[in-house]
Design a protein around this ligand. Structure first.
Ligand code: DNO
Ligand code: MN
Length: 394
């Protein structure tokens, strides 16, 4: 497994010299400053790569090469967008960067309702609170139809929250819901979000799947020719949200995607925290089922409540058996090594972490602190070391 770290380039207050002290050797990054749909130029890629290499790291994964919303909605002339996407791929491949993580979530990326939920013992974590999401949908956006998605108890608490909320509370909730969008683009205010949602009025699950399949047909053959690997990141949380269909949420969805274009280049980012937010998802079992298509792993944990709320737990705590999951990944890696594959090592990163200790005194990207992720990485490193020792000596 290649220990890796997400770094946001100039948008990231954490310096690569700090990351170096975590022991990670891979960097996961993207050219967040380039608007969606435009080509990532060879020079900009080379400049980022030089910074990463100059600090002693390998740029192991692109996260993400974003997909323009028009591709998801199937709007307008898509040929130039597909051509640009393939050009970015070719430019990355020319720089030796061959693993690309992306997602197919309409409009949003990861969605939380609280960026600073307190953790017992100190520090904060990211939290998804069902009644706050309901308050946002039903009361702030005015989507009455969303009432069908929540229990009466959650709706009552949503109404109570909305009644006592100040303008500052409402702004903070909107900011939290938008916080998952990486980079500086495509954040919405309430009227903007209403307009953007209208663009999806005719897109149901079937239509979104058709648009996704078309995307895969446009890029996977090129990925294959360029020796690249694609890995889709699951929906976070893994459920429909704001009435938008989500089609990368469980094992059936992933099976459909893998078969839509059945090629090794069409793979999966195993994000334990995203999949793990749905109680029906057995994350180690999903990893085992799709092991040969996992090109990248995000390791983090979640703790779920009965009403659909959840929060990000420390990496080895929470509801997902992280040791079992690491065992599945290590077994797959061993299988690849035994098959003589030079590229057998699977990059992983501690996906999110708690804001703790001196990180509470700096302004960092929500979910992407230094010390909480270092803690997660160190714990995961220990688990993997112990498991591989057992493998070598057992
Ligand atoms: C959160 C992150 C995601 C991920 C993108 C990949 O868990 O891992 O924001 O980066 O969805 O496209
Ligand atoms: Mn993730």
């Amino acid at each position: 497994m290649i220990e890796s770290w997400r770094w946001y380039g100039d948008l990231d207050p954490i310096a690569l010299a700090e990351v170096a002290q975590t022991g990670a050797r891979g960097i996961v990054t993207a050219l967040h400053e380039i608007p969606y749909g435009e080509v990532w130029g060879t020079e900009a890629i080379a400049a980022r790569k030089a910074r990463v290499s100059g600090a002693g790291f390998d740029w192991v994964v692109v996260e993400s090469l974003p997909i323009h919303e028009n591709i998801k909605t199937g709007t307008g002339d898509l040929a130039p967008l597909f051509a640009n996407y393939r050009q970015s791929m070719a430019n990355l491949a020319a720089n030796g960067i061959t693993t690309i993580c992306y997602n197919f979530m309409p409009l949003l990326d990861w969605t939380r309702t609280d960026l600073t939920a307190p953790v017992a013992g100190g520090g904060t974590c990211l939290r998804f609170e069902a009644h706050r999401m309901a308050a946002f949908e039903v009361h702030m956006l005015g989507r009455r139809e969303a009432e069908a998605d929540y229990t009466p108890d959650v709706l009552n608490r949503a109404a109570a929250w909305y009644q006592q909320a100040t303008e500052g509370d409402r702004d903070a909730l909107l900011a939290s819901i938008m916080a998952g969008l990486p980079g500086a683009f495509d954040r919405y205010d309430i009227p903007g979000l209403r307009r953007a949602l209208a663009g999806y009025a005719d897109i149901d699950r079937t239509a979104l799947r058709a648009n996704y399949k078309r995307f895969l047909e446009e890029v996977i053959p090129a990925a294959n020719d360029l020796g690249m690997r694609f890995c889709v990141h699951p929906d976070d949380p893994p459920r429909d949200i704001l009435g938008l269909p989500r089609i990368v949420s469980d094992a059936d969805d992933i099976g459909w995607i893998m078969n839509a274009v059945n090629a090794p280049a069409n793979g999966l980012t195993l994000c334990a925290g995203s999949l793990g937010a749905n109680p029906a998802n057995d994350v180690p079992a999903i990893a085992a089922r799709f092991a040969d298509r996992i090109h990248f792993a995000h390791l983090r944990n979640v703790r779920k409540d009965a009403d659909g709320s959840f929060e990000e737990a420390a990496h080895l705590d929470g509801d997902t058996d992280m040791v079992a999951l690491c065992a599945v990944l290590l077994a797959e890696e061993a299988r690849r090594r035994d098959a003589g594959r030079a590229d057998h090592a699977i990059p992983f990163r501690p996906d999110h972490g708690h804001h703790i200790l001196s990180d509470l005194d700096r302004t960092l990207i929500p979910g992407y602190p230094l010390i909480g992720r270092l803690r997660g990485l160190a714990e995961l490193r220990g688990v993997m070391r112990a498991l591989s020792h057992g493998r070598a000596h057992g």
